[in-house]
Design a binder for this molecule. Structure first.
Ligand SMILES: [Zn+2]
Length: 121
């Protein structure tokens, strides 16, 4: 079984806008580097290293983590999951919303990259 992703909403535009404002000195670092402890921890255990450095501090500790939401996946809603776990969650015909989030454990930068709906194919 393969997880089917649809309804993709990209947040790249908002991400670029935020970074542009930051580099122009219009937004303070504390405002955009505010990842909560649980998000940083989840990215370490469930995330994968990004193919590029952190856009704020240049650290290689930038990770991409999948965060799941939805009424149909019960207690798993609101937690970080691996691709394999998402496959398990949707295999009984359930639907989940998956947020792809990048998180830097060095400076705490975090931003939503995209949102998608996951179902079993
Ligand atoms: Zn960083």
């Amino acid at each position: 079984m393969v997880v089917q992703y649809r309804n993709e909403i990209s947040h790249q535009l908002a991400r670029r806008r935020t970074l542009r404002q930051f580099h122009a000195g219009l937004v303070r670092k504390e405002t955009i580097c505010d990842a909560e402890f649980i998000l940083v921890t989840a990215s370490k255990y469930h995330g994968e290293q990004a193919a590029y450095p952190c856009p704020v501090c240049g650290s290689d500790e930038l990770r991409v983590v999948l965060w799941v939401y939805g009424d149909e996946i019960g207690k798993a809603a609101g937690s970080a999951r691996s691709e394999e776990e998402i496959e398990q969650l949707v295999k009984d015909g359930h639907q989940a919303t998956v947020h792809t989030v990048e998180v830097c454990s060095h400076c705490k930068w975090n931003h939503l990259l995209k949102a998608q709906t996951a179902t079993a194919s």
